[in-house]
Design a binder for this molecule. Structure first.
Ligand SMILES: [Mn+2]
Length: 480
């Protein structure tokens, strides 16, 4: 073996791992670019729409949500700020987006946390700047440490006359103590007159109509949530604990790739079904009771929302049926007005008409004209869904295809509702008249909720596979 052989062998040996690593790196980059492309295209289109609304003289700056401490050195699961996620798809903390109004997208910059092998050993991988660029479709990506210097340059440019931020409260300020608030203080030092604009209405407006990409995720996420609701229905039986049903449902989400709930699961049996946001989950359910389950998954930052109420032993009692049928009818009738041009407010109003008539017929109210029904129907019956489960959007805005919302009427018969009434002569007379009915339906809580996507052909029930009518529920639970 000659020296040159030796050298070339060593070179090959030394080079091979490097080439292999490069080749793998190239493959990973290509694979992630391919996976991300549909998403990054959609993100790019979202940013273009926001930029158009901002106008060419305005620059938008958005910050990631701060991490929240659970206790001592443990943090809550990180949740990205919804608007930043909407425009970047980035779920890391310490992320900042600078979006320029108008047509020119080349000056947009994303700032991400600098990679750090020591921290990544403890807390997981951070995106490299090329990865962040591929994921978001933003050409210029820098590290967060470079943001301050970038801002100095940005603000010295004459072309930027207005700065758009997420502002809130009556005096339209960034959240106190936030990175945005510190930014505004700095801005004010140098440019006391720089006008601040609230970007919230633009983002709210755009987020209200889901993009085709978001619609696909909603459909998929609701399929997972629907399956989980059916799993929950199968796991309920007399003697089971509420937490068993909760665990079965949340296990089903995670087993199908939804990383978490969209909101903390509500699993309430018997009297707990009348507690709107019941959290404990430690009660043992009994035959003859209803179980109310309000639970859905967060799937890739899109939230579903489903509620079913069903008898623990699989058979509704007559009293339970009477209440259930009113709630079901309210949802069915509300759906008939959930069409293009209608509004969430109109959907809710229709549920009120049906529930008032039903409560009057059962003797639970004496007057369907006024607000007596609010003793038993204590919440709004519809909200938008999206990145947030109670998603942003104007409730009076005319519905159009691409909007997603719930319809969720409910009736909850609680002694507390009567006890809390001021003891006026009118109220005492009312209590006297409705007491027999209240005793008959006491502690029954029923809510029926589905998630809908408005399509060209009308509202599509994304949670249609979860048994809903009395006959469907009894049949499902009879052969589970
Ligand atoms: Mn809801």
């Amino acid at each position: 073996m000659t020296a040159s052989h030796y050298n070339s062998n060593v070179r090959r040996f030394l080079l091979r791992p490097r080439l292999t690593a490069l080749a793998i790196g190239a493959l990973l980059a290509a694979a992630s670019a391919a996976r991300a492309s549909e998403f990054s295209d959609d993100l790019s289109a979202r940013r273009a729409r926001v930029a158009e609304r901002l106008g060419a003289d305005t620059v938008l700056v958005l910050w990631s949500a701060p991490p929240r401490t659970y206790s001592l050195d443990i943090e809550y699961e990180y949740r990205q700020e919804s608007n930043l996620y909407y425009l970047t798809g980035i779920t890391q903390e310490d992320t900042i987006l600078v979006l320029n109004g108008g047509q020119d997208r080349s000056r947009d910059v994303l700032f991400v946390k600098e990679q750090d092998p020591a921290k990544e050993h403890w807390y997981g991988r951070l995106l490299s700047t090329p990865e962040a660029s591929a994921r978001t479709g933003i050409q210029s990506v820098a590290t967060t440490g470079q943001f301050d210097r970038f801002v100095d340059g940005l603000l010295s440019r004459h072309a930027v006359r207005r700065v758009a931020l997420l502002l809130s409260g009556p005096d339209k300020r960034p959240e106190a103590g936030s990175a945005a608030a510190r930014f505004v203080d700095r801005l004010r030092e140098r440019f006391p007159a720089a006008p601040l604009v609230d970007a919230t209405p633009i983002l709210t407006d755009l987020r209200t109509v889901k993009t085709p990409y978001e619609q696909g995720l909603l459909v998929k996420g609701l399929a997972i949530s629907s399956d989980a609701q059916r799993v929950g229905m199968r796991s309920a039986h007399p003697g089971a604990y509420e937490y068993e049903v909760k665990a079965a449902i949340e296990g089903a989400y995670r087993g199908q790739g939804a990383t978490s709930w969209a909101y903390p699961s509500i699993v309430g049996s018997g009297p707990n079904a009348t507690i709107l946001h019941y959290q404990d989950g430690d009660r043992r359910m009994q035959a003859g009771e209803l179980l109310l389950v309000d639970a859905a998954a967060n799937y890739q930052y899109l939230a579903g929302d489903i509620t079913r109420t069903y008898p623990v032993d699989g058979r509704f009692t007559d009293a339970q049926k009477a209440i259930y049928e009113i709630v079901l009818r309210a949802q069915d009738e509300a759906l008939t007005v959930a069409h293009r041009g209608s509004s969430l407010a109109a959907i809710h109003d229709r549920t009120v008409v049906v529930i008032k008539a039903g409560l009057l017929a059962l003797g639970l109210i004496t007057d369907a004209e006024g607000d007596q029904y609010k003793m038993w129907y204590t919440h709004s019956s519809t909200h938008y869904i999206g990145i947030d489960v109670h998603d942003v959007g104007d409730r009076t805005r005319p519905l159009q295809p691409g909007m997603a919302f719930t319809i969720e009427p409910g009736i909850y018969i609680r002694q507390d509702a009567l006890d809390a009434l001021p003891k006026t002569p009118e109220n005492l007379a009312l209590i006297g008249r409705i007491s027999p009915a209240v005793r008959r339906y006491l502690n029954i809580g029923v809510r029926v909720e589905d998630s809908f996507l408005l399509e060209d052909s009308g509202p599509r029930r994304l949670s249609a596979s979860v048994p809903r009518t009395i006959a469907e529920i009894e049949a499902f639970m009879g052969k589970k």
